[in-house]
Design a protein around this ligand. Structure first.
Ligand code: HEC
Ligand code: HEC
Ligand code: HEC
Ligand code: HEC
Length: 142
């Protein structure tokens, strides 16, 4: 065999051996237990603490707000959709009060052809004329 072909083959075989050894070392033990993924990732993800606490969590401390909210149209919008995740509140975390209601409310109420008719839509610029939505609408009783 010509020398240069032999060198080429030796290089390829060497690379193959390195690849097989590295694959054995780097593949997690639980890979392929159930399929083409790391089986251990499922319990790992399930063990994380959810940052969202749901609106029921607010009830004991903000009873009045929850009552108002649950009797009006925005009961379909969770408290945390507007106020952010509540994990750690009130002990370690202050909940933000949205400052720019135009920015917040536009996310869901700006008229768009693809939006369902059940979601009330307005032309924000024409409707609000630059004023804050909370000037006229109570976000918990819109
Ligand atoms: C264990 C009682 C408790 C629970 C449960 C709780 N809060 Fe609070 N919340 C407080 C207290 C006390 C304050 C006032 C101190 C502070 O600003 O952190 C507060 C303040 C707030 C504020 C700011 C009000 C202001 O005037 O600064 C918002 C907004 C808020 N909470 C929203 C929520 C939402 C939304 C939930 C449910 C996801 C919730 N809270 C659950 C006790 C609670
Ligand atoms: C559609 C968005 C939205 C939802 C849903 C919402 N909030 Fe608010 N919340 C606001 C905005 C905006 C303000 C500030 C109002 C203002 O500036 O007049 C506010 C203010 C507050 C405040 C502080 C000032 C106040 O009025 O007492 C508390 C506490 C609060 N919300 C709790 C809640 C709780 C509890 C829920 C669920 C039951 C909830 N919010 C759901 C948008 C929302
Ligand atoms: C996450 C999406 C979302 C956000 C953010 C949101 N809304 Fe809504 N809003 C809705 C939906 C959905 C409805 C219709 C609920 C229904 O009728 O079932 C609604 C209903 C309304 C209505 C009609 C109320 C009625 O009784 O018919 C008004 C007014 C309104 N929202 C104003 C606001 C204002 C002001 C803000 C900002 C403080 C805001 N919305 C933020 C989703 C949102
Ligand atoms: C100057 C007061 C005022 C301001 C500011 C205002 N609105 Fe309104 N909004 C009204 C009144 C009054 C109505 C009911 C009559 C109507 O439909 O025009 C209404 C109706 C609505 C409706 C229901 C429309 C429907 O088809 O049922 C939505 C959604 C709404 N507003 C969202 C907003 C949002 C989002 C903002 C901020 C960008 C805002 N509004 C700012 C006074 C106001």
């Amino acid at each position: 065999m010509p020398k240069h072909i032999f060198r080429l083959l030796a290089l390829l075989v060497g690379a193959l051996i390195v690849a097989v050894v590295l694959k054995g070392l780097l593949t997690d033990g639980s890979f392929y237990r159930f399929g083409h993924y790391r089986a251990q990732s499922v319990p790992e993800i399930a063990a994380l603490t959810p940052v969202l606490q749901t609106s029921a969590y607010c009830k004991d401390c903000h009873a009045e707000r929850v009552k108002q909210w649950s009797e009006n149209a925005h009961k379909v919008v969770n408290c945390e959709t507007c106020h952010g995740p509540a994990l750690g509140h009130p002990k370690d975390r202050k909940m933000p009060i949205p400052e720019d209601s135009v920015k917040l409310c536009t996310l869901c109420h700006e008229a768009m052809p693809a939006r369902p008719d059940t979601q009330p839509q307005i032309n924000v610029a024409k409707h609000a004329k630059g004023r804050q939505c909370v000037l006229c609408h109570n976000p918990h009783e819109p």
